[in-house]
Design a protein around this ligand. Structure first.
Ligand code: SF4
Ligand code: SF4
Length: 112
């Protein structure tokens, strides 16, 4: 593959053809609105947890789409389920419901 003189940083490559999107697909099945996200960041800007911790709800959405689910459960404990993200979302995405569903699916997998 031609590199066009750009530096290749292999460990930062994202292979979009081979992502593990199992969890993402399950979340979308439970909460279809999640697929409409345009990554605008309004949810992150208003997030109660994000104002006091390193929690970043838009990042959660991104890593879920990349299939990088390691550490996700721990990170989601920071969410207060206040629902502000849902109120400000321009795409009417039910993010609070998304968070609850991710937790539910992870728990189900652990106890299966
Ligand atoms: S506010 Fe809605 S559309 Fe914007 S990043 Fe958050 S979930 Fe996605
Ligand atoms: S429900 Fe969670 S992600 Fe949404 S604004 Fe509240 S703390 Fe942030």
């Amino acid at each position: 593959m031609a590199t066009f003189d750009f530096l290749e940083i292999r460990h930062l490559h994202i292979d979009y053809d081979n992502l593990d999107q199992e969890l993402l697909n399950e979340v979308i099945r439970e909460e279809p609105s999640f697929q409409w996200c345009i990554s605008c960041g309004c949810c992150t800007a208003t997030c109660s947890a994000g104002n006091h911790t390193t929690f970043n709800i838009r990042r959660i959405s991104l890593i879920l789409r990349r299939g990088e689910v390691e550490g996700l459960e721990e990170e989601l404990k920071k969410c207060m389920l206040c629902g502000k993200c849902t109120l400000v979302c321009p795409r009417d995405i039910q993010l609070r419901n998304v968070v609850m569903n991710i937790k539910k699916i992870i728990l189900k997998k652990k106890t299966a």
